[in-house]
Design a protein around this ligand. Structure first.
Ligand SMILES: [Zn+2]
Length: 256
């Protein structure tokens, strides 16, 4: 493990991870956000830099805003695992991975301090500045690309603040408890197919089976965690459906 030059001057320290290899298929065009999900940030950093763990990320952002780089952006870090977005499955090749220190759902999930969020925003801006803009709808959470396995960075992550700073695609969620169609587990039919197609059209890994199956429930929950965080229950209520429609309607044009 050789120490390398950090990609950005806002990195305060380099702690090289051995868990990396060559990217496949061109430069990254996606940013993937995680929480560390361990009791301390130091323990998480140590794990990301240990060969046996077989995991890594490009950056770790601590709660005090400190940024440590573990893998050069030019290389593929191992953070996404089995995942998919917009039909692509080698998300590690496509993305820059940022681990944000938070104990997560298992060890006492808590709000992300503003200072930490500001550091994540600065880091994303530094990536845009150096590499060119990343399409807003390709700044995603781990749960978006692996809905069956992952919950991070979770419903407390302040996507709205990122969006106000020009990072990521986000709309204000429709209010809860509206009247209207609700789709839930084991429902079937045309409305379920439409929901599945819409979610897939946005990028989620979901087939249009016409049945509200386990995968559909997991994808709806992942969508809620990111875009309608007030209630994450995997039920496509009117608020969820309206928020999804608003998201599709405000989707940015593809970058040329
Ligand atoms: Zn993750």
């Amino acid at each position: 493990m050789s120490v390398f030059q950090p990609d950005s001057f806002i990195v305060s320290e380099v702690q090289p991870s051995p868990n990396l290899d060559e990217r496949m298929g061109g430069p990254p065009d996606m940013i993937l956000l995680h929480y560390t999900g361990m009791q301390t940030g130091e323990a998480a950093l140590q794990r990301l830099c240990t060969r046996e763990s077989k995991v890594s990320a490009h950056y770790v952002v601590f709660e005090d805003g400190r940024i440590v780089q573990c893998v050069p952006e030019s290389m593929r870090a191992w953070h996404a695992g089995v995942s998919s977005w917009a039909g692509e499955t080698d998300i590690n090749s496509r993305s820059i991975g940022i681990e944000i220190v938070n104990p997560g759902h298992e060890f006492g999930y808590r709000d992300f301090p503003l200072r930490q969020t500001a550091a994540v925003i600065s880091l994303c801006k530094s990536i845009y500045t150096r590499r060119g803009p990343i399409s807003a709808d390709r700044v995603l959470g781990h749960s978006d690309v692996a809905p069956a396995r992952k919950q991070d960075p979770g419903e407390r992550f302040p996507w709205e603040l990122l969006s106000e700073s020009g990072i990521g695609h986000w709309v204000r969620a429709a209010q809860l408890n509206l009247e209207g169609t609700t789709l839930r587990a084991s429902d079937r039919g045309e409305a379920v197919t439409r929901l599945q197609r819409t979610l897939r059209n946005y990028g989620y890994g979901i087939a249009d089976t016409g049945v509200f199956d386990d995968n559909t429930r997991e994808v709806v929950a992942a969508f809620q965690r990111h875009f309608r965080p007030a209630r994450v229950d995997g039920i496509a209520d009117p608020s969820t459906l309206l928020t999804l429609r608003a998201l599709i309607e405000t989707r940015p044009a593809p970058l040329s």
